[in-house]
Design a protein around this ligand. Structure first.
Ligand code: BGC
Length: 390
């Protein structure tokens, strides 16, 4: 069960009373070269200013004092761009995504950049027990439910309020029995760009009936740049001594297995591609890395994982309060979609590091609980922080 948090008294500063409308970034000065020929830039806001399901979508820009920029749309709360300097100081867009809201709407499945809910990752056979009742969900990843169901939080238009130049607040009310989950769930996700180049994501949720909740963010990163080619030469370190092996349908077997002596040992930095083709039943089941790592020490002060782009030397550190990290190496990417910078979403040209509770937890009493009860507040923070590798 999630811990009970006393909702903090919010001190509303006068500046915060101003709801700053989405910045029209057509004049954005982010024109530095990312590669020899392409410049890193945030897509035009106009390509995101549409009406979907009767609600307005837009593109919101966060900027910090270091020149880092992040673009987020309220369609699915998707992170569209993250512009950070590489080893030569050139701004690099490390997010694989689309340059229009239609791109995201027409290709919901890969969940590019999205907030995932009500339940991140899979629930076996789309069924779970709760307080003596069995609930059924839509099977969108046969034979299981993946990332919320037919229309998850990734494809909802969230209510957006830009608090200031570094903070965007998104809220969404998921109605009782939406996608088969009980309880009206009021969810809030706050993106904050810090002055030490961190993108902090604060998730909160409350319910009026006992329910399950497991929110995460599904940004696809390529630290060499959005059109940077394979991620197999990136180096990753994950501070996890154990992981949750999966069956051939990607459902955890329930076993918590040591990583030692397996291709899942990232306790020391390792090139992502160095063991990905090893003969290993788990790599076969996941078609590569697509597994939940059991974090040894979830923390907002020391990283739970670090990834470095081999060409850019851009280092991304991940901090989280969540017990698990789903490391996904883009094994299902097929190059079907036209992405930003004229790139295709080719096989393994991006990776995701989704901080969350373990897949299928509602059916695994031994896993940390994802149950949320009325009166409790679901509250969790994750941060992705960027720097240059030393
Ligand atoms: C899942 C993958 C899935 C990907 C995109 C990841 O979180 O574990 O199996 O293909 O999301 O949907």
């Amino acid at each position: 069960m999630y811990k009970l948090f006393k909702p903090a008294l919010s001190i509303i500063l006068p500046a915060c009373l101003l709801t700053i409308s989405a910045c029209n970034n057509s004049n954005t000065k982010s024109t530095t070269n990312m590669t020899d020929s392409l410049e890193a830039k945030i897509p035009p806001a106009s390509a995101f200013q549409k009406t979907i399901d009767g609600k307005k979508t837009d593109l919101y820009i966060l900027k910090n004092s270091k020149g880092m920029e992040v673009a987020i749309t309220n369609f699915g709360g998707r992170v569209v761009s993250i512009l950070v300097p590489d080893k030569n100081g050139k701004l690099t867009d490390v997010v694989e995504g689309f340059d229009s809201v239609e791109g995201y709407k027409n290709a919901p499945g890969p969940y590019y950049g999205a907030i995932i809910g009500r339940y991140g990752n899979r629930i076996a056979k789309g069924k779970f027990p709760l307080e003596g009742k069995e609930y059924s969900l839509f099977i969108n990843n046969a034979p299981n439910t993946l990332h919320g169901g037919k229309v998850g939080f990734d494809s909802k238009v969230w209510d957006a309020k830009q608090i200031d130049s570094t903070t965007l607040e998104l809220t969404y009310l998921s109605k009782d029995m939406e996608e088969g989950y009980p309880g009206n769930l009021q969810a809030k996700v706050v993106y904050t760009l810090t002055n030490d180049n961190g993108l902090k994501i604060d998730y909160t949720a409350t319910t009026d009936k006992t329910t399950i909740v497991n929110l995460t963010n599904h940004t696809y990163f390529n630290l060499n740049g959005a059109n940077g080619g394979t991620i197999l030469n990136h180096k990753a370190q994950i501070f996890a001594d154990t992981y949750t092996p999966i069956d051939p349908t990607s459902i955890p077997t329930g076993i918590i297995a040591p990583v030692k002596g397996t291709p899942f040992d990232f306790t020391q930095p390792a090139v992502i591609g160095s063991r990905i083709n090893d003969k290993d039943e788990q790599l076969t089941n996941g078609k590569g890395y697509d597994h939940n790592f059991v974090l040894t020490k979830p923390s907002l002060d020391t990283p739970v994982a670090t990834v470095v782009g081999d060409k850019s030397d851009i280092e991304m550190q991940i901090f989280t309060q969540e017990p698990g990290l789903q490391f996904y190496t883009g094994n299902f990417m097929k190059g079907d979609n036209a992405m930003k910078y004229g790139a295709k979403d080719n096989y393994r040209t991006a990776f995701a590091m989704e901080t969350e509770h373990f897949p299928d937890s509602p059916n695994e009493p031994k896993f940390p609980s994802v149950v949320l009860k009325p009166g409790q507040v679901y509250k969790t923070t994750t941060e992705y922080k960027f720097s240059i590798a030393k």
